[in-house]
Design a protein around this ligand. Structure first.
Ligand code: SF4
Length: 719
């Protein structure tokens, strides 16, 4: 180490080889009393919780009380990859999953992130790191997987913002240029200090560019919890990564599957999605074309200026001579950067840096949804969100909410401290972000998130609570990610019925629902809202990225299969069976159904976890009306022909001669009833009561009927 530091605690441990995807122990660090110890990974943990999100939820459940709040010392941050995490043969195999009690939802939140931390942690000897307590002053937790040592350190580093801190940490802990490749850090930034929407930045060192790059665990305020614990950085140093670092049970099997998949990616990606050149930005114009791109706080679904911020632009802006994976061997390589970005505002004005991304969600959140179609402004917002440790999705969605409140007269310059926050005002949006970074002005209010702002605006400014509820795009306290759902009942459920809040990573059903029209009935939608959230959960148990599952398909997928079956991409599902068995040796796992059953156990456990923390019942699955139908007359009139036809054909209401208000009222009754019917169908399919509580039979079938879990369910049922 190259600087002065104070050592607060040190723990020496034996270096062990990973066996069949597991290090077989987890690392516990308490920052209140500076204790560090090792915990064994039990067979129950492996059999039921698998790893990643499952390990995080299990350790968190065990570590907190029923009434633990996000900022109590008992709250934990758990980071774990999963048994497949860290293989290099198959694309998308290096993710980490962060679990904590969220400042925004006050439930257990899970956030999936790239970068190298989770796999490096495993190769350093730990399947998960579990951090509890709060330090008195800023600390760094350093896991040295080469020497077998864990330290809690106070260092003279003053920086908090990630783009600088990540480099300083690297200089501090790497003994050579070569060793930088073996280090990954987890940091946040000054914005995470002052808001509830802080994200975590997980680094990887890019030897070709000779700087770190960062990927974000964005959702649910994980960075806010990190900074509340006064953690400046978590750092891990790994032994060099090799093709067999995971010590898989059957290396040949995973190599064979990986070889086929990588060939398919090279052949099909340019024909299907161009992720290797455009990343997820390729979605922008497709989503706009289908009237699904959020514009002006989810009011409209497309905009004539979208081409300015769409994939073709970003393809030119990204460096195209380097494959950009966020883990070794990811041939999908969607994780692009905009290099040489000249920062235009704020504390780093005039300096050049790089921007990781932007990705689709960021472009839609801080761009179109705020009426901003200037790519330079999007880069500026992306850069500062990342370095301040602020979630771009929450920032964009809450700024869009503020802008609509501003245009509706609920806010004005007096109330925003002089910021003119109308749609399209990039300058004010950037200043709002700097206020979050500084912890000043209206940025402090905005950083509380939409759910709390709704309350504040109703109380302080006598705003109509119903209007705020209708336009405030959050569910369970989490701001919506960036898809218009008005015409997709299934995706309304995808957001509303997700355990963690309004994030699409549990279910993205829009195309299946309204483009391919392959899930027409309530039963079909309920089946989709069973299968897809469960299958997507499985990636988070195993340290995997979900993009290679269905963002690239075998050439004959749509010839061999149709409807929902095609969306499952059966050949890839079989790949994951092969990967799981190939790594863990668990030969009893034979099919995709076996994978789904693993997820179901963890998913239901998480639902009960929500119950335990006071949420998890039907009223918490409610969604804002803006995600169901048009809230304002202008919004209705923008799609009048469509809505009038629906009233006629679906509701049996003749719109002729009716006012827009009358038509909106009828449409609302119909659409809200549809959502409730959907909720009934999904609960039934998932084996839950009509109040959304998993039944004891469901828990027994999934083998998560632990006494403490059953007790929570019985209490929820009033038994
Ligand atoms: S597909 Fe993209 S996000 Fe997923 S692991 Fe590969 S580079 Fe990372």
């Amino acid at each position: 180490m190259n600087q002065e530091y104070s050592l607060l605690a040190e723990f020496n441990y034996d270096l062990v080889d990973v066996e069949r995807g597991y290090a077989n122990r987890t690392l516990y660090v308490n920052l209140s009393d500076n204790t560090i110890h090792s915990k064994p990974v039990t067979n129950t943990m492996k059999d039921i919780f698998i790893g990643g999100r499952g390990f995080g939820l299990w350790l968190l459940w065990d570590g907190i009380r029923d009434d633990t709040q996000w900022d109590d010392p008992e709250n934990e941050i758990v980071i774990s990859s999963g048994p497949i995490g860290g293989i290099t043969q198959y694309p998308g195999s290096g993710k980490s999953i962060v679990v904590t009690v969220s400042p925004t939802t006050q439930c257990a939140v899970d956030s999936n992130v790239g970068g190298h931390f989770g796999p490096y942690l495993k190769f350093a000897g730990w399947d998960a790191i579990e951090i509890q307590g709060k330090a008195e002053r800023d600390v760094i937790v350093f896991v040295d997987g080469v020497k077998g040592k864990v330290s809690i350190l106070e260092t003279p580093i003053e920086t908090v913002d990630t783009h600088l801190l990540g480099e300083e940490v690297l200089e501090l802990f790497a003994d050579s240029e070569m060793e930088k490749r073996s280090i990954s850090s987890v940091t946040a930034g000054l914005g995470a200090d002052h808001t509830l929407i802080g994200c975590l930045n997980v680094s990887l060192y890019d030897p070709r560019r000779q700087h770190i790059r960062v990927k974000q665990a964005g959702r649910g305020g994980t960075g806010t919890v990190l900074r509340d614990k006064k953690i400046k950085a978590l750092v891990v140093k790994s032994p060099p990564v090799k093709g067999d670092s995971n010590q898989p049970a059957d290396l040949e099997r995973i190599t064979r599957v990986g070889r086929t998949m990588n060939k398919e990616v090279y052949q099909q990606d340019p024909l299907q999605n161009s992720m290797r050149t455009k990343g997820t930005t390729m979605l922008v114009d497709i989503i706009d074309y289908n009237d699904l791109l959020p514009v002006n706080n989810f009011q409209y679904g497309s905009h004539p200026e979208t081409p300015k911020i769409a994939g073709d632009f970003w393809e030119k802006r990204f460096e195209q001579n380097l494959p950009d994976g966020c883990w070794y061997g990811c041939t999908v390589s969607c994780s692009h950067t905009a290099e040489g970005y000249l920062i235009k505002t704020g504390p780093y004005q005039g300096q050049r840096s790089y921007v990781d991304g932007p990705e689709y969600e960021t472009i839609a959140a801080v761009g179109s949804n705020c009426g901003i179609f200037d790519p330079e402004a999007i880069l500026e917002l992306n850069f500062y969100c990342d370095t301040y440790g602020i979630d771009t999705i929450s920032f964009g969605t809450l700024t869009a909410f503020i802008m609509e409140c501003y245009e509706a007269g609920i806010l004005n310059r007096d109330r925003t401290g002089g910021l003119e926050l109308n749609f399209g005002n990039a300058e004010s949006s950037i200043e709002l972000l700097h206020q979050m970074g500084r912890g000043q002005g209206f940025g402090r209010t905005a950083g509380l998130g939409i759910r709390r702002m709704k309350q504040i605006f109703a109380e302080k400014y006598a705003a109509d609570p119903q209007f705020l509820q209708d336009i405030g795009m959050e569910a369970k306290g989490m701001e919506y990610s960036e898809y218009i759902t008005k015409e997709s009942l299934a995706q309304q459920g995808g957001y509303g019925l997700a355990n963690k809040g309004a994030q699409h990573d549990e279910a993205w059903l829009i195309f299946m629902d309204i483009v391919h029209k392959s899930i027409p009935s309530f039963e079909d939608k309920a089946e989709a809202l069973h299968y897809f959230p469960m299958f997507r959960t499985w990636f988070g148990l195993n340290g995997l990225c979900k993009l290679p599952w269905n963002d690239v398909e075998p050439a004959d997928n749509r010839k061999l299969y149709s409807g929902m079956e095609a969306a499952k991409v059966p050949e890839h599902v079989q790949n994951y069976v092969d990967l799981f068995v190939g790594v863990t040796g668990r030969s009893e796992v034979k099919s995709g159904e076996d994978l789904v059953r693993m997820s179901e156990a963890v998913y239901n456990f998480q639902r009960v976890f929500n119950l335990r923390l006071g949420f998890g019942t039907r009223e918490h699955d409610a969604i804002p009306y803006r995600s169901v139908g048009p809230v304002t007359a202008r919004e209705y009139e923008s799609r009048q022909e469509r809505y009038d036809k629906q009233l006629q054909d679906l509701v049996g209401f003749d719109p002729t001669g009716k006012t827009t208000q009358e038509k909106m009222a009828e449409l609302r009754k119909y659409r809200e009833a549809q959502y409730e019917k959907l909720v009934d169908a999904v609960y039934k399919r998932r084996g839950w009561t009509s109040q959304g509580v998993p039944t004891l039979e469901t828990l027994k079938r999934l083998k998560v009927d632990f006494p403490e879990v059953v007790k929570v369910v019985q209490q929820a049922n009033g038994e």
